[in-house]
Design a protein around this ligand. Structure first.
Ligand code: ATP
Length: 515
């Protein structure tokens, strides 16, 4: 197995062993692409939600939140285009019987060519050292140029075929490129078919067509249908935003990447309503804001990149993904979409209700344009988890498993550990625990050697351990151990709370997002 494959396997095993993520209904052998969050997973997830919510709703005077229902009137999904256009083009390999998204097979092929270009660039960087001009090299090296041209040709074809739902040409493209099934190695493909991703169910007791309702495939529509409710009751003035965190459901076909692609997942979406014509400005603004939000976490910047869309979804006039370098490569983490007035106009048509805003400055009514930021909470979780996980080599040949979470996101902020179970140390430790637990999620533990207890806290990503020893009883001081450096400092109990507050505060992140 490749190093990255090994790393991903370790992360999945670790997250199960330490109570972050369990397969759903595991005692019945699980349910495909559905997962449960365990005792530490739910804390990390809540902290991520909190970070997002505070950055959107608390730090912006003109953004408010809602919580709309998962079930919606079925016409919502007709209006949004999901009934007719929320499809994935699927293709099966006849030998392995494995099913793939046709566009993903082609994108993976493109990624391979990109890999070849990167190899050329890396080779040249080594050869030329400091004097290397990458831009010039990319513009002049024939092999790079040929490969770049190849990529552009394929991308152009892919875009056209997807837009025109030309499934025959899509299949032919797969065949012409000689793409083989990664499992069977064969090029024996079925025809490409469209597959709608929405789950449907029935409301009420009569099973007739009109009762079919859908589990929402995105949270955004709950915001659009409440646009006027919020605007009027909140006296909101354009530009303003509505944020929402909630579950979404998609009957994903290719669902083999842990919590990267789930059938039930959570989204954090914000729809920003603007004056028509201001879309470019706000699209750029939100791209910048969102990447800042990610960078504030301190995860290396090189793990993020923008990928501007060639093929727009049915609702967008500009779209960009923030991609993250997951253990299996760069993949979409968040989308920023300029959705124009597509959704509100469609809801006006289907509902026969006006969804317009009266702009007092312009003295006219209009249907606002929308710029959306949409991030999968579970994918965000995976990005934090995978970039934090380390099997660290220690001196003396030992290793430790450690999760270097940003302290503000860590499930447990402080572990309170009496050195021994004797001499009144547990009582003292309990009183410290009582003080700190009012503000933070803390963990008390007196079993096992102190070394073993530190390792367990490292493995769940607790940034600080406070140890109570005999000196504590004499001098009212404790040791504060840092998870990442493993160094300990002695601090007075009088200052302890303030020191911990400062180190684990969410404000350390929010302060970086000046708006
Ligand atoms: P992909 O191309 O990976 O299927 P998408 O472009 O369909 O994603 P959007 O519709 O833009 O995704 O959804 C917004 C965000 O929701 C995505 O950036 C992603 O983080 C998250 N998301 C979408 N589908 C899933 C899923 N099946 N499981 C987990 N998260 C998802």
């Amino acid at each position: 197995m490749s190093n990255t494959g090994e790393q991903f396997k370790n992360i999945i095993a670790h997250s199960k062993e330490y109570g972050f993520i369990f397969p759903s209904s595991e005692i019945y052998d699980g349910l495909g692409a559905v997962y449960d969050y365990g005792q530490f997973g739910v804390e990390l997830k809540n902290n991520i939600k909190n970070y997002w919510w505070k950055s959107m709703v608390q730090l912006h005077e003109n953004i408010v939140g809602i919580d709309s229902a998962i079930f919606m009137h079925p016409t919502v999904w007709k209006a949004s285009g999901h009934v007719d256009a929320f499809n994935d083009p699927l293709v099966d390999n006849k030998d392995s019987k494995k099913r793939y998204r046709a566009d993903v097979l082609i994108e993976d092929y493109i990624a391979k060519i990109e890999g070849k270009i990167k190899k050329e660039v890396d080779k040249a960087t080594k050869r030329f050292g400091d004097s290397f001009d990458e831009k010039q090299f990319r513009e002049t090296n024939q092999r790079v140029l040929d490969n770049q041209k190849k990529i552009e040709d394929i991308e152009q074809k892919l875009k056209t075929f997807l837009e025109e739902s030309d499934l025959e040409s899509l299949k032919k493209l797969i065949e012409d490129l000689g793409i083989a099934c990664p499992i069977s190695g064969s090029k024996n493909w079925t025809d490409v078919r469209q597959f709608n991703l929405m789950f449907s169910t029935q409301m009420g007791s009569v099973s007739d067509d009109t009762d079919v309702i859908y589990l929402r495939p995105e949270t955004a529509q709950g915001i659009y249908v409440n646009f006027l409710n919020v605007q009027k009751t909140g006296r909101m003035k354009i530009p303003f935003g509505i944020a929402q965190i909630g579950k979404a459901f998609r009957n994903e076909i290719v669902a083999r990447q842990f919590i990267f692609r789930m059938r039930e997942f959570e989204q954090m979406e914000m729809q920003f309503f603007i004056k028509p014509g201001d879309d470019k400005k706000w699209y750029e603004y939100w791209k910048e804001q969102r990447i800042k939000w990610h960078h504030a976490l301190g995860i290396p910047k090189s793990k993020y990149r923008f990928h501007d869309h060639l093929k727009m979804a049915h609702y967008a006039n500009a779209a960009s993904d923030i991609e993250f370098e997951f253990p299996f490569g760069f993949k979409e983490l968040e989308g920023i979409h300029s959705r124009t007035d597509f959704d509100l106009k469609a809801h006006e048509e289907h509902s026969n209700k006006k969804l317009q805003y009266f702009d007092a400055e312009e003295n006219k009514n209009y249907v606002p344009y929308v710029v959306e930021t949409s991030i999968g909470l579970d994918r965000m979780f995976l990005s934090v988890l995978s970039s934090s996980f380390e099997k660290e080599q220690l001196e003396g040949g030992n290793t430790r498993d450690v999760l270097h979470f940003p302290p503000a996101l860590a499930p447990i902020k402080v572990a309170v550990l009496p050195l021994t179970k004797k001499d009144g140390l547990p009582d003292k430790a309990r009183s410290i625990m009582k003080q700190l637990m009012l503000k933070h999620n803390c963990h008390y533990e007196e079993k096992d050697s102190i070394g073993k207890r530190y390792r367990r806290q490292d493995a769940i990503g607790t940034p600080y351990c406070i140890t109570i020893d005999h000196e504590t009883l004499e001098k009212d001081t404790v040791t504060l151990r840092n998870r990442d450096t493993m160094e300990q400092e002695r601090i007075s109990i009088a200052e302890m709370e303030k020191i911990v507050d400062e180190k684990v505060s969410m404000n350390n992140l929010l302060n970086q997002l000046s708006v």
